[in-house]
Design a protein around this ligand. Structure first.
Ligand code: PHE
Length: 474
């Protein structure tokens, strides 16, 4: 009998869909295409794949193994397993709130775009992407309402529990997302002028390496670890709900591959369409790509535009929800396990609601800020010389602490913990339960002890470099 409503994944397929759902998010669909666009195209892709194989795989497997070993939340796991790294669950736990504070706002924006496109199906008439986005971010009430809708959607799923909520939703949502993405890709690459965009993505070009090798490595690495949901405790938490007979290594390989494929598919959906619309500049439009350029692409398609627009933004909402529920689950699981360890019984519904209220409170700041356009006070803005450049809006501020500081550091210390305190062989025992093999043991050992920590230092410096515009990497 499971105590404290802890529950378990019902099937390995369900777990896989939930974990891939966590990995596949705004990072893939929004971040990957524009970062690849502005950081060397093919060269970026190459580094990304190498980093995912060496570093992403190692850290994800580390999280799964630790989580399943204790069967507990990330905070409890390090408390149980380590002397020197007892605190190691906390940076991720704090990052969870920080990421959610802007993720829920962006998720809310995506819901707004679904509404815009569905309304257009009924002939409501819509303006250009720039106008829609400007109006949305400038309207505090509207931004708050859409953020709230997104948070409620998350709460409903997480309240349902691991198998009854998260697994049940992901099992339907992820295959649906895949099909929708294929429909959008077919439309995108068959637009006039789209093939130039495809060539941009896949034509070998090593020039960016010669210009700025470390810069490309740091940027691709940063994107890789956010995209794989590592360094926060998500995968550790999801691993804690997995049955002992499931093969962690195989699951991990599948998740890393699936996440990379979806990032590439998202690139194919977004980059060629943007090329067709406005050439290379449009494809490198940065953060505006998703909410401005693409909306204009759909608008230019005439009558079928809102059909594709609805499909596209709906798939982005699904991608965002399956990621944000995994972050909320870090927090929920912590409170459930904490209560259990104190001999009390916590109620998942209540814990989820309280978590979501706190998340909504934080997200409200980001929503009201409207990407810095509404004149809200922003900490450190322009007040500390060079530091002023890192946060032009609240999203940047929240993201700085999470992606810039806490996530790379906690991923690095986790490797050091497994490699030097806990021990790779003891870690391997968890992977070899129920007759499974730890085929990548030697590879894992080198990556965990040397390559991944070194890469995390580089990524950390890369984040600091780009945030503070220090130009260490050019
Ligand atoms: N991987 C998600 C994305 O690509 C974001 C995420 C980060 C989810 C960390 C969970 C934990 O958008």
């Amino acid at each position: 009998m499971e105590s404290n409503n802890r529950g378990q994944w019902k099937s390995n397929f369900g777990f896989l869909m939930a974990a891939i759902g966590s990995a596949v998010g705004l990072g893939n669909i929004w971040g990957f295409p524009f970062k690849m666009g502005s950081n060397g195209g093919f060269a970026f892709l190459l580094v990304y794949i190498v980093m995912a194989a060496l570093v992403g795989f190692t850290i994800m497997l580390g999280e799964f193994g630790l989580g399943r070993r204790t069967g507990k939340s990330s905070i409890a796991t390090y408390r149980i397993l380590s002397k020197r790294f007892k605190w190691l669950g906390w940076p991720g736990f704090i990052s969870a709130f920080l990421i959610l504070s802007f993720y829920c706002v962006l998720g809310g924006y995506c819901i707004k775009y679904v509404v815009v496109n569905v309304s257009e199906l009924f002939g409501a008439g819509y303006g250009g992407g720039g106008a829609i986005f400007g109006e949305l971010t400038g309207n505090m009430t509207e931004s708050l309402v859409y953020t709230l809708i997104f948070v409620i959607l998350n709460a409903v799923i997480v309240m349902g529990g691991i198998s009854g909520g998260i697994e049940r939703f992901s099992k339907v949502a992820m295959p649906a997302l895949f099909v929708m993405l294929i429909i959008i890709i077919i439309r995108s690459v068959t637009l006039d002028g789209a093939l130039e965009g495809v060539a941009f993505m896949f034509k070998p070009n090593f020039e960016p390496f010669r210009e700025n090798f470390l810069g490309v490595v740091a940027k691709a690495g940063g994107q890789m670890f956010f995209s794989l949901s590592i360094g926060v405790g998500t995968m550790l938490t999801y691993g804690s709900y997995l049955r002992k007979e499931e093969n962690l290594e195989k699951n991990c390989v599948l998740i890393v591959i699936a996440d990379t494929i979806v990032a590439l598919m998202a690139g194919l959906a977004v980059i060629p369409a943007s090329f067709a619309m406005g050439g290379a500049d449009a494809a490198m439009a940065g953060p505006g790509l998703l909410f401005i350029t693409l909306q204009d692409v759909f608008r230019s398609m005439g009558a079928v535009g809102p059909v594709f627009g609805t499909i596209f933004y709906l798939l982005v909402v699904i991608a965002a929800v399956t990621s944000s529920i995994s972050i909320i689950e870090i927090i929920t699981t912590f409170y459930l396990d904490n209560a259990e360890m104190k001999g009390k019984t916590a109620n998942r519904r209540k814990v989820t609601v309280i978590t979501c209220v706190v998340v909504m409170a934080l997200a409200s700041i980001v929503a009201v800020d409207g990407m810095g356009g509404n004149g809200i006070w922003i900490p450190f803005q322009n007040s500390l010389g060079v530091i002023g450049s890192f946060n032009d809006c609240w999203i940047d501020f929240m993201d700085f602490w999470a992606e810039g500081i806490f996530m790379p550091l906690s991923a690095m210390f986790m490797c050091i913990f497994i490699g030097y305190e806990f021990g790779v062989d003891k870690f391997g025992e968890e992977l070899e339960l129920c007759g499974n093999r730890f085929a990548s043991r030697g590879f894992f050992r080198i990556c965990c002890k040397v390559i991944a920590p070194a890469a995390m230092v580089l990524i950390f410096l890369g984040q600091i470099d780009s945030i503070f515009a220090l130009h260490i990497f050019g």
